[in-house]
Design a binder for this molecule. Structure first.
Ligand code: SME
Length: 153
C-alpha cells in the first residue's frame, strides 16, 4: 500500500499555491501512479457538460476519451457523487473496459471549494480486489486538500 501520509505531504508541497485544475490533476496523476504498484491506470475524467465526462490528465495506457454519466464506473461515481470500489470489474454492469488487463478499480468524486463536481479520479488495477475503504479515505483526503482550495478552476 502506498505511504499515503508521505504522498499527501509531497503533493501538498509540489502544488502549493497552484489553482489551475489541469495542472493539479496532472501532478496528482503522476505522483499517485508512481507511488503504488497496484495502480496501472491513474487519471481524471473531467465534467465538461451536463452528464458528460471527458478524459483529463492520466498515466498508463490509452484511456477512452468520453464517458457519459450513464456509463461505467466513472459514470456511476459522477452520477451518485459517491466513491465506487469495484473488486471485480467483470461483475460490474456497464463497466467500460479500456484495458483487458484491468481487474478492479476505485473511482472518487472531485469537488471544488463550492462543492461542485469537477471531475472523477479513476484508478485501475490489474489485480483483483486491489482497493478498500482505507484507499478511498486516504485518496479522498488528498483530493479534498488539493481541489477544495480557494480559486481552483
Ligand atoms: N474504469 C472506467 C473506464 C476505464 S478508463 O477509460 C481508463 C469505467 O468503467 O468507468
Amino acid at each position: 500500500m502506498a505511504d499515503y501520509a508521505a504522498l499527501a505531504a509531497r503533493i501538498a508541497a509540489l502544488t502549493e499555491g497552484e489553482t489551475d485544475a489541469v495542472a493539479l490533476m496532472a501532478t496528482l496523476a503522476c505522483e499517485l501512479h508512481h507511488a503504488d504498484d497496484r495502480f496501472d491506470w491513474t487519471g481524471f475524467y473531467r465534467v465538461v457538460a451536463p452528464g458528460m465526462l471527458k478524459v483529463g490528465p492520466y498515466q498508463g495506457g490509452h484511456g477512452c476519451l468520453v464517458i457519459p454519466f450513464a456509463r461505467g464506473v466513472c459514470g456511476a461515481c459522477a452520477r451518485t457523487g459517491e466513491a465506487q470500489i469495484v473488486p471485480d470489474v467483470d461483475a460490474f454492469p456497464g463497466h467500460i473496459a479500456c484495458s483487458s488487463s484491468t481487474r478492479s478499480e476505485i473511482v472518487l468524486p472531485v469537488h471544488d471549494a463550492a462543492g461542485r463536481l469537477i471531475a472523477v479520479l479513476d484508478i485501475d488495477s490489474d489485480r483483483p480486489g486491489a482497493f478498500d475503504a482505507a484507499d478511498a479515505t486516504a485518496l479522498a483526503a488528498i483530493l479534498a486538500a488539493t481541489f477544495s482550495r480557494p480559486g481552483v478552476s
